[in-house]
Design a protein around this ligand. Structure first.
Ligand code: NZQ
Ligand code: ZN
Length: 385
C-alpha cells in the first residue's frame, strides 16, 4: 500500500427529513447566498424545504447554474458576492450546482483577471475561500464529500477539473427522498458515473490494498443490485438511499487511499462533453469499455478479480476473465438503458478521435496510472467507440 494522508472535514447528514436541520448547520449571523440550477428544486419541493429551514436568515439567491456548469455563469455569482458581502454559500442541487459553488467560493477570493485561467490552467494556489455547505439532490459525482469540481468555459469550449482543500463542503445534507423526482436519464447517468468513479480508482495495478478493493467491489455489486429497483420503482426509499451512499463513497477517496488511480476515461469523456455536449455519464459509458480493452493487459489482474467477485465468473485465466468483465460491464450499462456507442448520439468516431487527439497533443498530456493513455492512445480508443 502506498503512503497516504486523509482529512475530509465534511459533516454528513444523511436521511429523510434532513433538510430541516439546515438551521443547526449554518450560523445565523452569516449572510448566505443560496445557489441552485435550472429550477428542479422548485418543482420537487426542495426549494420550499430550504426556505422554511432558513426562515429568519439573511438569505440571497442565485439560480441558473447549468449542467456542466459554465465559468461565465459562475462569475455572475462572484460579482454578487463581492458586491453584497456574502459570507456563506449554500448549494442546493446536483453535482453541477455544487461544483459551481465550489468554484465561486474560491473565485470570489481571487483578485486577478482571469479566475478560470488561474484556477484550472495555471493551478495557482489560492489560500482563501468562502465557506460552503450543500443540499445535494443527485447521486453521481461524490462532490458532496470531496474537494473537486469540473467547470466548463463557453468562450474556449474547455471542460477542466480543479481540486482545493478549501472547497470541501462544511456539511452535506443527503436526503434520498429528494431523488424520487429525478428524470430516468439522470438516475441512469448517476449510476454510471458512480460505477466509473469506482473503476477509475480500482481498475489499475495491484499495490496490495485488499480493504479498499473490497469496498470498491461492494459499491459495484450494490449498484448492480439496486439499479433495477429504482428504475422500476422511483420511490423505493431504500434503493435510492443505497445508491446515494454508493455515489458519495464512490468519490470521497476512501477506495483510493494508498492505491493507484487512472482517470483517463474521465479526461477523454470531458472532451466528448466539451465538443459534443453529451451528458457526463453518457460520455463515460462510451469510453470505459473501449479504454479497458485497450489497457487490458496492464489491468488484467484487477479486472479478473472484478469478474470473479462481482459477476461470479469462474474463469481461471486472468486475461480471459478480464475480457468477460469488460463485456459484462457494458451489458450492465445497456441493461439500465445507457447507450455505449458514439453512433447512438450521431457522433462520428473518426472525427471525435481526431479532435481529441489534437487537443491532447496541444496540451502535451498523457493519462492513466502509467501515463499510457497518450494523445495517440486516446485516438485509438475513440476510433473503437
Ligand atoms: O438544474 P436543475 O434544474 O436542478 O436540474 C438538474 C439537471 O438538469 C437535474 N436534477 C438534479 N437533481 C434533481 C434533478 N431533477 C429532478 N430531481 C432532482 N432531485 O438533473 C440535471 C443534471 O444535474 P447535474 O448537477 O448536471 O448532474 P450531476 O450531479 O451528474 O453533475 C454532473 C457534473 O459533475 C461533474 C461532471 O463533469 C458534470 O459537470 N463531475 C464532478 C465531479 C466532482 N465534483 O467530484 C466528479 C465527476 O466525475 C464529474 O466529472
Ligand atoms: Zn464522473
Amino acid at each position: 500500500m502506498n503512503n497516504f494522508e486523509y482529512c475530509c472535514p465534511t459533516h454528513v447528514v444523511f436521511g429523510k427529513g434532513s433538510i430541516a436541520k439546515l438551521n443547526d448547520l449554518i450560523d445565523k449571523n452569516k449572510k448566505v447566498l443560496m445557489i441552485y440550477g435550472g429550477g428542479s428544486i422548485m418543482k420537487n419541493g426542495v426549494y420550499n424545504q430550504v426556505k422554511q429551514a432558513l426562515e429568519g436568515y439573511n438569505l440571497l439567491e442565485f439560480g441558473g447554474i447549468e449542467p456542466n456548469p459554465k465559468y461565465e455563469t459562475c462569475m455572475k455569482a462572484v460579482e454578487i458576492i463581492k458586491n453584497e458581502g456574502v459570507d456563506f454559500l449554500l448549494s442546493v442541487g446536483g453535482g453541477s450546482t455544487l461544483d459551481a459553488t465550489k468554484f465561486i467560493s474560491i473565485a470570489s477570493k481571487y483578485n486577478g483577471n482571469d479566475a478560470y485561467d488561474a484556477i484550472m490552467i495555471r493551478e495557482e494556489q489560492i489560500n482563501d475561500a468562502i465557506p460552503l455547505g450543500d443540499v445535494i439532490t443527485l447521486p453521481a459525482t461524490g462532490s458532496e464529500m470531496n474537494n473537486g469540481g469540473v467547470i466548463s468555459r463557453l468562450s474556449t469550449g474547455e471542460k477542466l477539473p480543479f481540486h482545493n482543500n478549501l472547497v470541501y463542503p462544511q456539511f452535506s445534507i443527503i436526503d434520498p427522498e429528494v431523488t424520487f423526482s429525478l428524470p430516468v436519464r439522470q438516475t441512469i447517468n448517476g449510476i454510471v458515473d458512480t460505477f466509473v468513479h469506482v473503476m477509475e480508482q480500482y481498475s489499475t495495478y495491484d499495490v496490495n490494498t485488499p480493504l479498499q478493493d473490497g469496498w470498491a467491489l461492494t459499491i459495484l455489486k450494490t449498484l448492480i443490485d439496486e439499479a433495477p429497483k429504482v428504475l422500476s420503482n422511483p420511490a423505493d426509499y431504500d434503493a435510492r438511499a443505497n445508491i446515494f451512499w454508493c455515489a458519495t463513497c464512490g468519490l470521497n477517496y476512501w477506495i483510493s487511499l494508498g492505491a493507484v488511480q487512472d482517470w483517463a476515461t474521465h479526461m477523454i469523456g470531458h472532451e466528448l462533453t466539451a465538443f459534443y455536449g453529451i451528458d457526463h455519464g453518457q460520455s463515460l459509458a462510451i469510453v470505459l469499455p473501449r479504454l479497458l480493452k485497450n489497457q487490458k493487459v496492464s489491468k488484467s489482474r484487477k479486472l479478473a478479480k472484478l469478474a470473479r467477485e462481482v459477476f461470479g465468473i469462474n474463469e481461471p485465466v486472468d486475461l480471459k476473465a478480464a475480457d468477460i468483465a469488460i463485456e459484462r460491464i457494458e451489458e450492465f450499462f445497456n441493461s439500465i438503458g445507457m447507450k455505449t456507442k458514439l453512433s447512438d448520439y450521431e457522433i462520428d468516431s473518426q472525427e471525435a478521435a481526431e479532435k481529441i487527439r489534437a487537443r491532447f497533443e496541444q496540451r502535451n498530456v498523457a493519462f492513466g496510472e502509467k501515463g499510457a493513455v497518450t494523445a495517440d492512445t486516446a485516438y485509438d480508443i475513440l476510433t473503437e467507440c
